[in-house]
Ligand binder design. Structure first.
Ligand SMILES: [Zn+2]
Length: 315
């Protein structure tokens, strides 16, 4: 990115295809039923072929999450699509005429695209509109290593997390089959972290699993429970087992970045529960890990970014 570039998130979303003016349409799904990256790339190219120019460049990301770079743009206010699900879109469209126009035109380009014709036949939500949100400038982050005196890796399907890591000078490990969805490669992520720690000389591995958040946005209690069970067994359990097997001392910090309650299908700013596990600490107590247990512990850390100091034992 140039210093004068603005990066904007570009979701490929599902809006209602009823016969009403664009502004009257409803946003149905911020993730187009977790569209595959492969299909999304074809759709984004169709959009870019019509709309891309020297001012606006589209970049393919993962699944429904893509990026627009706006040359000499502005950090305009935009609405996250997952915050307004099931609502009429008119009042949430960008005020900026250029972005607004592109959203409207993207619907015209995508609605009858062969990929969407076949998605409808398969009973899937069509990926029929670009939705811009989250405008920002190039981040100026301090180096993770200089700050913490640890070498770190990021393991995530989500470009936002990878971007933060790259900005902080961390290594990004690519895991085949990591999708950011419910059926991601959990074992692959766990194994990548263990390899980074035990074989590649890293001190810190950040495993990010998007599924519990996504299932919250989808409003499915059943799939959310499933995603947490997968995370527990196929990531946390697997990492713990392999680290123990190797005879390594380690600490593990387990936490969400924010709640995404089923009831509201979007992020809330309530405190989140965390669990800090130390393989060398005596294990004569059983601890539950949930919101209630977190509340009862009486421990409250108002500044979440300070938690990492506890993980590294600096506090
Ligand atoms: Zn989310």
């Amino acid at each position: 990115m140039k210093d004068t570039d603005i990066a904007i998130r570009c979701n490929i979303v599902t809006i209602s295809d009823d016969d009403v003016p664009f502004e009257e349409k409803t946003i149905i799904d911020h993730s187009s039923d977790e569209i595959s990256t492969e299909d999304a790339a074809v759709l984004l190219k169709a959009v870019a072929d019509e709309l891309q120019n020297e001012t606006y460049q589209f970049y393919v990301g993962t699944s429904y999450r893509h990026c627009l770079i706006w040359d000499r743009g502005q950090v305009v206010e935009l609405t996250p699509p997952h915050d307004v699900l099931t609502q009429k879109i008119g009042q949430y469209l960008p005020d900026d005429p250029g972005l607004r126009e592109m959203m409207i035109r993207s619907y015209g380009i995508l609605k009858d695209h062969p990929i969407n014709v076949s998605r409808r036949q398969q009973g899937k939500n069509p990926a029929n509109c670009c939705w811009f949100w989250g405008a920002g400038t190039k981040p100026m982050l301090s180096s993770f290593e200089e700050k913490n005196h640890k070498r770190g890796v990021m393991i995530s399907a989500v470009d936002l997390l990878k971007g933060i890591a790259i900005g902080a000078g961390m290594e990004v490990v690519k895991v085949e089959g990591a999708t950011g969805g419910l059926h991601t490669n959990y074992e692959g992520k766990a194994d990548a972290a263990v390899k980074a720690l035990l074989s590649d000389g890293f001190d810190f591995a950040y495993i990010h699993v998007e599924a519990p958040d996504e299932m919250g946005h989808q409003g499915s209690a059943e799939r959310k429970v499933q995603s947490i069970e997968f995370l527990d067994q196929r990531v946390i359990g697997r990492v713990k087992e392999q680290m123990e097997h190797a005879g390594a001392d380690f600490r593990m910090l387990i936490m969400p970045d924010h709640p995404t309650p089923i009831c509201c299908r979007t992020h809330t700013s309530d405190p989140i529960p965390y669990m800090l596990y130390d393989s060398t600490a005596p294990k004569n107590e059983r601890h539950l890990y949930n919101e209630e247990a977190g509340k009862e512990s009486g421990i409250f850390i108002p500044e979440g970014y300070k938690l990492i100091d506890r993980l590294f034992g600096a506090e």
